[in-house]
Design a binder for this molecule. Structure first.
Ligand code: GUN
Length: 290
């Protein structure tokens, strides 16, 4: 069993990105700059945005976090997005999701300038991704593809089962893995909550991407010998430690790992790769290379 070590790979990539940022600054150009909008007081969203800010500073990028109360109206938030669209000092913008119920998320996403949409959520960027055109690929699928590439995991002709059909992970993942590329060239099956006999599909898989958001869902009896398993899950469960919680993946790691050729751990697998992909997209934005 080989560990797909996202923590170490992301650390390596951060060094590469920091070097590129330095080169941009040394050439006299403006420092790459990511803006994040955070609405309300959701604990997990707050943690994610703080991490993104810390990551930017680690690689020498600028970051601005704009915090707004839960009570902000949709019209006001749209105005804030437009202000950032028009701000020439900002390269990339993310609006942390979920947003309060009275705000139409899709309307906000579609208002972000596609050139600054480093989350890759704008339909124009999704369309580019689906057709294999240059774009910002959303951070989690991009991070997984990068991890597979750097570990030279063989994907061509393999049967990949993606569990989960979210717009952020499952569907882009299934699309990328089916593209004529390396990594890619997979035969992809996308499974979800209405799939009948999920276990039978999993047992046929060379590669499993578990992205359904159910702690320790994938057990050893669902995985065949030699499979590659990528665990996208991060469920917080209460624990007797300093933070009061621990993170569990969608995979029952201890029993699944011995059967795998490659597997990602949680934490330290997909999570750090997701974070570094956002930096990669911000660098692309600064270079004007969507
Ligand atoms: N909420 C959960 N994941 C993400 C993400 O990748 N981007 C944004 N903007 N919000 C999220």
């Amino acid at each position: 069993m080989n560990l797909l070590d996202g923590k170490a790979t992301a650390a390596q990539m951060k060094q590469e990105i920091a070097q590129s940022v330095l080169e941009i600054k040394n050439s006299g150009k403006r420092t790459p700059h990511l803006a994040a909008i955070l609405v309300g007081n959701d604990g997990a969203s707050e943690t994610y945005v703080n991490s993104k800010e810390k990551d930017c500073h680690e690689v020498g990028m600028s970051s601005t976090v704009l915090r707004f109360p839960e009570t902000i109206t949709e019209a006001e938030l749209l105005q804030e997005v437009v202000k950032i669209n028009n701000n020439k000092d900002i390269d990339g913008l993310i609006v942390q999701l979920p947003l309060p119920k009275h705000i139409n998320e899709q309307k906000i996403i579609e208002t972000i300038n596609p050139d600054k949409d480093v989350d890759g959520f704008h339909p124009l960027n999704v369309g580019h991704m689906v057709t294999g055109l240059p774009t910002y690929v959303s951070a989690t699928p991009d991070g997984i593809m990068e991890l597979l590439a750097r570990y030279k995991v063989e994907t061509a002709g393999k049967h990949c089962v993606v569990i989960g059909r979210s717009n952020i992970v499952g569907r882009p993942m299934s699309n990328l893995l089916s593209q004529k590329a390396n990594p890619g060239d997979c035969t992809v099956t996308i499974c979800h909550s209405r799939t009948k006999d999920l276990k039978a599909f999993c047992l046929q898989a060379d590669i499993i991407i578990a992205a359904l958001g159910k702690a320790e869902f994938l057990t050893a009896d669902m995985v065949r010998e030699g499979a590659v398993v990528v665990d996208v899950g991060i469920t917080r469960v209460p624990a007797q430690n300093k933070s009061g919680f621990k993170l569990l993946g969608d995979v029952k790691f201890d029993e699944v790992a011995p059967k795998c050729s490659y597997i990602t751990p949680v934490p330290g697998g997909v999570g750090p790769m997701t974070r570094v992909s956002l930096l990669k997209n911000t660098l692309k934005a600064a270079r004007g290379l969507r």
